[in-house]
Write a protein that binds this ligand. Structure first.
Ligand SMILES: [Zn+2]
Ligand SMILES: [Zn+2]
Length: 265
């Protein structure tokens, strides 16, 4: 199994996960054109894509989905409630190849990849994160959730790689440029993971099994890659020697606009 985060943050999220001949795209928050460009930039031919998975209806996760799904003619696996609130045209409804109705804890099998949707607290109709298992290897894309509740942490056990949200630094959010209401929303239990909550998870609930951690969905206004990285490194250091050594190399921060090279698991 291998994966590449090709976009991350409010400008658009998308992650390629590949096992054998099967490749799925988790979210299409970039335009279809830009998604295609970034897939090619990491050496993947978009026509070989097997399916699209959607976590929730926010524009930074579905913006490019209708066009890309139609262009490639591949199934879109999405929750019923999410599909209802996506801004879809009648043409989208009729021409997109809708896949399985994503529901909590009901795994979807695509080729050798078994995808489990896990409900998360986020201000969307029916938000999920996904764990993906193939060839005995497990990974998860964990963004867009205000906190990591115990039931989510349980699902993250045994992961070989985690793409983990580190959205904001609480102090930067407080003094940052956003209006008060938006700050409240981001910081709430239905908002986005702060560096502190990410670090708390790494100290208290992370099983330490993952060999690769990618911090993702960083706010461009309310966080800085080095601050997020440092928060994660300090959390991991506090738990040594249980953990894989050399986090300096195994902990990376996804770039909003530059696709990450493949991580092979
Ligand atoms: Zn998002
Ligand atoms: Zn969201």
């Amino acid at each position: 199994m291998r994966f590449s985060v090709i976009g991350s943050g409010s400008s658009g999220n998308a992650t390629l996960v590949q096992a054998g001949e099967t490749t799925v795209l988790v979210d299409v928050g970039l335009s279809a054109k830009e998604t295609v460009r970034r897939m090619r930039a990491v050496g993947f031919e978009p026509t070989a894509l097997s399916a699209i998975l959607i976590t929730h209806e926010h524009g930074d996760h579905v913006g490019g989905m209708p066009v890309l799904a139609r262009q490639l003619g591949i199934p879109v696996h999405i929750a019923h409630a999410t599909r209802q609130v996506c801004k879809l045209t009648e043409k989208d409804w009729n021409t997109i190849s809708w896949g399985e109705n994503v529901t909590s804890n009901c795994p979807i099998e695509i080729g050798p990849v078994r995808i489990t949707p896990v409900s998360v607290p986020h201000d969307a109709a029916e938000p999920f994160i996904f764990t993906l298992v193939a060839e005995g290897i497990k990974m998860a894309v964990v963004t867009d959730l205000g906190i990591i509740p115990k039931h989510v942490a349980e699902h993250l056990r045994g992961c070989h790689a985690l793409v983990l949200e580190a959205n904001h630094d609480r102090d930067m959010l407080k003094i940052g440029p956003y209006p008060w209401g938006l700050k409240q929303r981001i910081a709430s239990r239905l908002g986005h993971l702060s560096n502190d909550e990410m670090a708390r998870f790494l100290v208290q609930d992370f099983d330490g099994g993952a060999e690769h951690l990618v911090l993702a969905h960083l706010s461009e206004h309310n966080n800085h890659p080095e601050i997020a990285r440092l928060a994660a490194l300090q959390a991991l250091d506090s738990r040594e020697p249980l953990f894989a050594p050399d986090w300096e190399k195994r902990l990376r921060v996804a770039h909003p606009k530059i696709p990450m090279e493949w991580t092979i698991l």
